[in-house]
Design a protein around this ligand. Structure first.
Ligand code: C2E
Ligand code: MG
Ligand code: MG
Length: 592
């Protein structure tokens, strides 16, 4: 606290009295006490002196020549600079009316003449102390007010910041989901009131963001998101909204639009602008985006519904091969619902152990002899019949349910091998191929799981072969190399499934310890047909043999296909020509 106040002992006192003797006595005694004293003999002088240097206290006689003490006091009280000075009246007028008047005009005390010096000193000292206390109180109040003001303005700043953060994305400073939904809701309401008021919602997702984030690091990922944000802002109009909903997902509200064509034109422009190189730090990152478009309809009940439909359309764009846009329609909604239902059903199927495993025999094509099986999952749905793995495995992969499902298959297969080993001790063909999808292989627990299951059933790696697809090898080369080596250390054989359909970048093949190439059935299918792909089959077989791998042909259905494959020295084969995938009971019959 600032303390400019003098202690009352060095206080400044003004004495007003027309009797020189009074002035002298008072001056002497007060000066002795350490007070600074000024003395005047008239009312006018008193006012001038008080206004020039305001004293800390005034001793004021009432009967003075020019203007009387009451009048002096009244004038001082009217002036801001002098109104706070305590005035003690000194007077020989001692009737009550005079004393009361002294207080009415603003005096703080009244001393009757002839005065006692002790009394004067005591009253002076008391009033100076009171004045000081009042002053201190006033200071405290001021300080408090100042603090309250400061606090209020701090709070206002914090509130503003909080408001901003609630509605904006930290990284890109774009509006977030909350603010976006609010704006869409505004547009939706307007569209319901005015049929001709149209708007559109775009949802877009960067296609390769995850790969960029993983391979180039999160810092580069962040820079890309910021660059994309700035780019998007330049593409839209002043009344449109660009928002980041999270991750690599952005949303745009085109509000308003003249017609559907405008929305399409904008979408195309945005897609083109994002299919480009973004210069980040010292290099460029290439991106493309998948966009879903939902157009305003008076039937929409909430902003969330519109966003949901744009999301469905975006998923469709991704499924259709990325780098494109799709416009939402009702058919999509229906399919999305079905997909959701399938997901829920899959969850139940896991809980209720609805899955079975069938086994398709794999034959030696030269001796036409059984050499092993491929395990294939089967799902007899309680109400919808058998659902094909081609339909539910991709969903399981998208939702992560493939991990528990894969475990179920692994358990089924290994306990099945154990049972059959006991039943048929002399058979040597119990090598079973298990399909593992990329998601399963990326699960850090997978190797441990395989170890545990083999050990639990007392099996050796002799009995197990894993079938993987090229996707893993191409997308995650380093990781795949480590994983395959771990499998190899356990002497588990590795088969590359569906070979020829994916990237088929033959150059990478020799880097991986693959034992078998499985030619995809689409090639086998073509044997004997006009668009013959036999040359491809021939080169796959030659390549495999040169790299020390053997070859399985998948989907053999006819004698003609078999003969042809035999002529190309294809080692093994499977297909309806020999057997369909068999239930465990049918396998027992076969082995018997
Ligand atoms: P895939 O691994 O390439 O399996 C071969 C598919 O071809 C199987 O279909 C099999 O029933 C079918 N097939 C066999 N011979 C013939 C034939 O002569 N003609 C025709 N038209 N088809 C034949 P399925 O069982 O429907 O499985 C489809 C795909 O689902 C599999 O392809 C595999 O990628 C996946 N899958 C199946 N079971 C599992 C599993 O347990 N785990 C994982 N991760 N994926 C699985
Ligand atoms: Mg397979
Ligand atoms: Mg296959």
């Amino acid at each position: 606290m600032i303390n400019t106040q003098v202690t009352h002992l060095s206080a400044n006192i003004l004495i007003v009295d027309d009797k020189p003797i009074n002035l002298k006595v008072l001056s002497t005694i007060l000066t002795k006490q350490g007070y600074k004293v000024r003395a005047v003999i008239s009312g006018e002088m008193a006012i001038t002196a008080a206004q020039t240097i305001p004293p800390d206290l005034i001793l004021l006689d009432i009967k003075i020549p020019d203007i009387d003490g009451y009048e002096v006091c009244q004038q001082l009280k009217q002036h801001p600079a002098t109104c706070h000075i305590p005035v003690i009246f000194l007077s020989a007028l001692h009737d009550i009316a005079n004393k009361v008047k002294a207080f009415q005009v603003g005096g703080v005390d009244f001393i009757t003449k002839p005065f006692q010096l002790e009394e004067v000193l005591a009253r002076v000292s008391t009033h100076l102390a009171l004045k000081e206390a009042r002053y201190q109180l006033q200071q405290l109040n001021l300080e408090l007010e100042e603090r309250v003001k400061q606090r209020t303005s701090d709070l206002e700043v914090a509130q503003k910041q909080l408001n901003y953060e609630t509605f904006h994305d930290n990284l890109t400073q774009l509006p977030n989901r909350l603010l976006f939904l609010e704006r869409v809701e505004g547009a939706r309401k307007r569209n319901q009131e005015e049929e001709t008021y149209l708007f559109a919602v775009l949802l877009l997702d960067l296609d390769r963001f995850k790969v960029i984030n993983e391979s180039d690091g999160h810092a580069v990922g962040d820079l890309l998101l910021i660059a994309v944000s700035r780019k998007l802002e330049t593409l839209v109009g002043p009344t449109d909204t660009v928002a980041r909903l999270g991750g690599d997902e952005f949303a745009i509200l085109l509000d308003p639009i003249d017609d559907v064509n405008e929305a399409l034109r904008m979408t195309q422009q945005i897609k083109t602008a994002l299919t480009s190189k973004f210069p980040l730090q010292e290099r460029s990152v290439f991106t493309s985006s998948s966009i879903g478009l939902a157009l305003s309809l008076p039937t929409y009940q909430s902003a969330e519904e519109i966003l949901r439909d744009a999301d469905i359309a975006m998923s469709r764009a991704k499924q259709q091969g990325k780098g494109r846009y799709e416009i939402f329609n009702q058919q999509m909604h229906f399919q999305a619902l079905q997909l959701l239902e399938l997901e829920t059903d899959l969850q139940h199927a896991i809980e209720r152990q609805e899955f079975q495993v069938y086994y398709q025999p794999i034959m030696d094509l030269h001796q036409i002899k059984l050499v092993g099986f491929e395990a294939l999952i089967r799902w007899p749905h309680p109400t919808k019949g058998y659902i094909s793995p081609g339909k539910f495995i991709p969903v399981a992969e998208d939702t992560g349910l493939i991990i528990p499902i894969g475990q179920i298959v692994l358990n089924h297969v290994s306990s099945q091998i154990k049972t059959w080993q006991k039943q048929f001790p002399r058979t040597t063909v119990l090598k079973i191929g298990i399909n593992l999808s990329s998601q399963q292989l990326k699960d850090p627990e997978i190797i441990k799981q395989i170890d545990r299951i083999l050990e639990k059933n007392g099996l050796t790696s002799e009995n197990l072969k894993v079938e993987i697809t090229e996707t893993l090898l191409v997308e995650n080369t380093n990781f795949a190399a480590v994983l395959l080596r771990q499998l190899k250390e356990r002497q588990i054989k590795i088969c590359l499934d569906d070979f020829g359909t994916g990237y088929s970048s033959l150059s990478y093949l020799h880097q991986f310890p693959v034992d078998t190439l499985k030619i995809d059935q689409s090639f086998v299918n073509c044997i004997g047909k006009p668009e013959e792909k036999s040359e491809i089959i021939q080169s796959i077989i030659t390549l495999a043999h040169n790299l020390g791998m053997d070859v399985v042909a998948e989907g053999i259905e006819t004698q003609e296909q078999l003969t042809y494959l035999q002529s190309l020295q294809c080692d093994y084969g499977q297909g309806y020509f020999f057997n369909r995938p068999l239930s465990p009971e049918d396998v027992v019959k076969l082995l018997s």
